[in-house]
Design a binder for this molecule. Structure first.
Ligand code: ADP
Ligand code: MG
Length: 319
């Protein structure tokens, strides 16, 4: 059982940033409005995520760490229409198999918080006003072969920061803080799509961006796309989301590049933050555990929709 989890962990938990992504997604699924992240040594020594979400009943704490236990999917039918980030119920079990993990939680109305460590059989009372704290310490301490693949502290931290920025962009109403080795590095207050995009992509992006908001049937594309006058910073600024999930999908990126083809010449990449919303039954997010690629039922239709929506937004007169 431990071995199975460790093998699964190889897929889900590539590095500290993948752990962080799973923990923050759980906090978002729990309806958190404030999520605080503390990292030490690039997240290898410690990743602590504190949220003000609904919490976990003390009876359910052991389940949270059990393989294939999810509170989010009740039937196969639900799997067709996944709206929460999580649905496999294997992230925490996988992470727990390659780290020292503890879950401390206090749902609304509970007399006090309870904590469960992955190396103990029983829960113990703990201090926490409400919400959930998950600590992942010493990642890969028991699988040295994996630990060897980790890069420098600065690189692992940079991946964590990227992961947070991707999730923060799609969840503007949620406040986030990120600290590394006890220094606050990012602080995003609660806002709307516009203010969060400005915070994350910068004033210069925003000054040269067109708002996108196009709907056709059950498809909707919103967000911001920069005009060619914006010269990007050098980092990749192609943020594409499908039903709130960040994806790097060939089909979507291709459709976007085509829409830019007439105005953006040469080898330059476009810069955008785009959010595609569609019926969850029309998209399979189950392709890969890291869930960064997706499969559309009607790929051609999606490609055409993105292309036309974006081309129209980019060509609209300024004002
Ligand atoms: P999944 O997200 O696919 O359900 P996970 O292994 O990520 O699986 O989490 C297992 C379960 O633990 C979740 O279904 C949820 O019930 C609970 N859980 C994990 N993190 C939190 C959190 N921050 N707040 C509330 N519940 C949580
Ligand atoms: Mg999850």
């Amino acid at each position: 059982e431990l071995l199975v989890s460790q093998i699964a962990a190889g897929e889900v938990v590539e590095r500290p940033a993948s752990v962080l992504k799973e923990l923050v997604e759980n906090s978002l699924d729990a309806g958190a409005t404030q999520i605080d992240i503390q990292l030490h040594e690039g997240g290898v020594r410690l990743i602590r995520v504190t949220d003000d979400g609904v919490g976990i009943d003390s009876d359910d704490l052991p389940l949270a760490l059990a393989r294939h236990a999810t509170s989010k999917i009740a039937s196969l039918d639900d799997l067709e229409r996944v709206v929460s980030y999580g649905f496999r119920g294997e992230a925490l079990a996988s992470i727990a198999s390659v780290s020292r993990l503890s879950v401390t939680s206090r749902p609304q109305g509970a007399a006090h918080a309870m904590r469960l460590r992955n190396d103990a059989d029983t829960t113990e009372p703990a201090a926490l006003s409400s919400g959930t704290v998950i600590e992942v310490a010493d990642l890969y301490f028991n699988t040295p072969a994996r630990r060897k693949f980790l890069k420098t502290e600065a690189t692992e931290y940079a991946h964590c920061s990227d992961v947070l920025q991707r999730m923060a962009l799609a969840n503007p109403a949620v406040a986030f803080t990120l600290s590394h080795n006890n220094t606050v590095r990012h602080r995003y207050g609660p806002g709307d799509e516009e203010s969060r995009t400005r915070t994350l992509l910068g004033d210069d992006f925003f000054a040269h961006a067109r708002r996108v908001d196009v709907a056709a049937g059950e498809l909707r594309l919103t967000g911001f796309a920069a005009l060619p006058a914006y010269s990007r910073s050098g980092r990749d600024e192609q943020y594409f989301y499908v039903n709130g999930r960040f994806v790097r999908d060939k089909l979507l990126m291709h459709a976007a590049r085509e829409a830019y083809a007439d105005i953006l010449h040469g080898t330059r990449y476009p810069a955008y933050a785009l959010f595609l919303e569609l019926d969850p039954a029309e998209v399979d997010v189950n392709v890969h555990p890291a869930k960064i690629e997706v499969r559309f039922r009607n790929a051609r239709g999606i490609h055409q929709f993105i292309f036309h929506a974006l081309q129209r937004a980019l060509a609209a007169p300024i004002g």
